[in-house]
Design a binder for this molecule. Structure first.
Ligand SMILES: C[S@@+](CC[C@H](N)C(=O)[O-])C[C@H]1O[C@@H](n2cnc3c(N)ncnc32)[C@H](O)[C@@H]1O
Length: 209
């Protein structure tokens, strides 16, 4: 199921690619994702992360599920001061992220952690932006574990919350159920003001209140 029609998707993608960022490193990271079929957030969502970071001016961004650092690159690029914490349970991903960050001159804006994001992220308090892109089945658990660690007016940004459109189906698998539980919690718990931006696979933005 398409979230955005292919023509509109292409239109947004072309406009997005026509903006000039530090294209060398971004292109290298995007090419690598294509080569190994790795699910990075992509440039459309990357730019959204950049804009939210510029507006929010966070001191602390924590990513749960960083891969080899593509989404973290957008956060780091937009940070004035402060840092982004990258967490992934694959050492290889974090090693690659370090290499890309070094090439981009962004090492001083990042902390790199290997292990289970559900355990490691808990160590951080007063998180201004919490980014969820770990295994989808853990989204609901992640927000329950982390909601008290957000700063006042902290933002939660979660990728893939429309899960290829599966969230509207009556019969769902466990992963889709976990995403639906997460979405419902973010809208109905009274703890967040949330909205879903139907860009790419759906990005939820939740403001802690
Ligand atoms: C979708 S990819 C992340 C892509 C990345 N956010 C980006 O856009 O560049 C998901 C990553 O989360 C990691 N991951 C999944 N569950 C995790 C967990 N519980 N703890 C740590 N890392 C996890 C996987 O190893 C994988 O690299």
């Amino acid at each position: 199921m398409f979230i955005v029609s292919p023509d509109i998707e292409r239109y947004i993608q072309n406009l997005t690619e026509s903006m000039s960022f530090d294209n060398d490193i971004l292109l290298q990271m995007e090419d690598y994702a294509k080569q190994i079929n790795f699910p990075i957030v992509g440039r459309q969502v990357g730019v959204l992360l950049y804009i939210f970071t510029k507006l929010k001016k966070p001191k602390l961004v924590v990513e749960m599920g960083s891969g080899y650092g593509y989404s973290a690159y957008w956060f780091a690029k937009a940070l004035d001061d402060g840092k982004v914490v990258l967490i992934d349970f694959q050492q290889k991903n974090i090693d690659m992220a370090k290499q890309y960050f070094e090439k981009a001159g962004l090492l001083d804006k990042a902390e790199f952690r290997v292990g289970d994001a559900l355990e490691i992220a808990k160590e951080y308090k007063n998180i201004d932006i919490l980014f969820l892109d770990l295994e989808k089945i853990k989204y609901f658990e992640a927000i329950k574990v982390m909601e008290e660690n957000l700063s006042k007016d902290g933002l939660v940004i979660a990728d893939n919350v429309l899960w290829y459109g599966n969230v509207v189906l009556e019969e769902t698998d466990r992963k889709t159920k976990a995403i639906k539980d997460f979405n419902e919690y973010m809208f109905r718990s009274g703890k967040f003001v949330s909205q879903i931006v139907p860009l790419r696979d759906g990005v939820l933005i939740g403001l802690r209140i």
